[in-house]
Design a protein around this ligand. Sequence first.
Ligand code: PDD
Length: 280
Amino acid sequence: RTVYVNGAYLPESEASVSIFDRGFLMADAIYEVTSVLDGRLVDFDAHMTRLARSARELDMAPPPGRDELLAIHRELVRRNGIDEGLVYLQVTRGAPGDRDFAYPDPGLAPTVVLFTQAKPGLADDPVARRGIRVISLDDLRWKRRDIKTVQLLYPSMAKMAARRAGADDAWLVEDGFVTEGTSNNVYIVSNGRIITRPLSCEILHGITRRSVLRCAAEAGMAVEERAFTLAEAKAAQEAFLTSASAFVIPVVAVDGVVLGDGRPGPVAARLRDICLEEAR
Ligand code: PDD
């Protein structure tokens, strides 16, 4: 695989980053994951706009511009022959010579890394046809989840706890209300209405969430942006999640409580179809 590091396209075995990089030492880094369908980037501009916002929120230097990043994304997709998959982009505050809690000089060059992951069958995912099972866990992440940083240890722990419990993912709960999945935004369908948590610092402002809510509105589906409780989720007709790498995935059980008839619901299936159609 060819990857990109600080201006150079390299075989992955030759790519390296300093051990003093603040991304490595402090998780002082932001990222984006853009999916690729039919060799084309999905919602590219929205991802780069969010990247620039993450940088601003952390007082990081502005990341490379949209046109430069687009050229790099396209070049990696081309060189690696990606038809279906994703491009991962990470920007760190850079690598000063020492470890220090204080930010280094603003003049320090950021570290910019991109790589691709092929995911054949991304659009025609069998998981979308059977749905996933989730467990609930306390949301122990920090309170600025709107910034897309690489502090992903708790989400990883939550994912592993879900696996150990025989489930696929975890829904995180704060004060009785569901915030997000480990790496996705979450929704329930109740009385025929799609319910999802409103945007705030408590959740990532998902790019897929935005597209899906727009598609739902265009299709005349009722959407309610409000927080919902775990109890509501367990009593819902159906549930689903969204992310760039998963699009729309139905959820068929929460903490072992089966939703509806235990099969993916019609709202999730329809939104997945519309969303994929739109992305192409
Ligand atoms: N995760 N919430 C969290 C906590 C996420 O990590 C993600 C994305 C989302 C969905 O955002 P979007 O629709 O923009 O992908 C919501 C990416 C895919 C990841 O970490 O791999």
